[in-house]
Design a protein around this ligand. Sequence first.
Ligand code: GLV
Ligand code: MN
Ligand code: MN
Length: 425
Amino acid sequence: MNSTSGTALRRNERLAPLRVNGARLWQSLMELAQIGATPKGGVRRLALTDLDGKGRDLVVRWLREAHADVEIDGAGNVFATRAGRNAGAPVVLTGSHVDTQPSGGKFDGNYGVLAGLEVLRTLNDAGITTEKPVGVAIWTNEEGSRFVPVMGGSGAFAGVFTLEHLLAQRDVDGVTFGEALRRVGYEGDKPVGGRALDAYFEAHIEQGPILEREDKVVGVVNGALGLRWYDCVWTGQDAHAGPTPMEARHDALRGAARMVEAVNALAARFAPEGRGTVGFMQVQPNSRNVIPGLVKMTVDLRHPDDAALAAMDGELRVAATAIARDLSLECDLQQVDHFPASRFDASCIGAVRAATEALGYPHREMVSGAGHDAIYIARVAPTAMIFVPCRDGISHNETEDARPEHLEAGANVLLHAMLARAQGR
Ligand code: GLV
Ligand code: MN
Ligand code: MN
């Protein structure tokens, strides 16, 4: 045996029994979930609200207590770095987000960040100094619920859009991303992007039913489907609900209602992988006895094949035009966000697969049906994801749930995939 492989073997022997502390990970998840806790056991911590600020403060405190050096960039992205032996080496990064949906769960995003924290704590407990630095990121506004674009912080980091564009986006009340960022005290002084990353791994609950259905513990995620988001405004005419004859109406809500059906029907035509959702609607003037004159709605289309997603886009536009003509309404349909289907890095997927197999967890390869910061980070660094099951595949819901032993397993995979990169194995 030559000396190099001898050193590698000794390192492997030392690292093989290393495991995260699942109880500590669970405890941290439950503690973070208290901030913005909802009556049904979920979390409401919309991006850059005071509650999001409090959640970030808690996690940043924990990261500092784990001896990480914390930096914040101009998009509010947090980077907590644990020094390696080779200070100049690019960072092996993990992370996710701590903002939630309006009626979100305890695990979406929070798990990825706290699994990263647990990796740092585990390395500290074991007294391990890695060769390369390892780090944990908290990306800003992943959910896209308060501000579009979705995956805002990671998108700006990856140069998908400019920081100026991100900071100028407004929520439904007209507050800009930049104003909200300053208010919560997370407008950092570090440049957005340009950080040297050796690799990026993100652990996340699956948010779908496949792992649970197949009794698998880990999803080795090799890519993600594409997404297009639209804002759609229907304009008709407000009028009295009593005197206005049915044939004389310009009811904007009828246009929106038909559009909801059209979106669902077109997604069904692209089954089994097509998805179409209308999740947001504002009706004006929203009065019982006034025919609605204006409706604002959103459309979310997804498909793992870009050509199919483009065809869905074409069908959506045809449907909007036909409905508007039929009901004598105006329809303004604007695409406001888009990312194509993506494929993760073969070597990082391999590191996740190798760690999963070495740890003996039942697993399968899969494509993510949800958007994740990893999709944008994959454009600037070798990237892969780790999924664990969630109960009944339900997510973006207060009842979102996951088993502690599955969360622990995913964090163990994360630990060993990161170590494989950080130790240069
Ligand atoms: C992010 O949560 C998404 O919409 O997939
Ligand atoms: Mn998420
Ligand atoms: Mn989400």
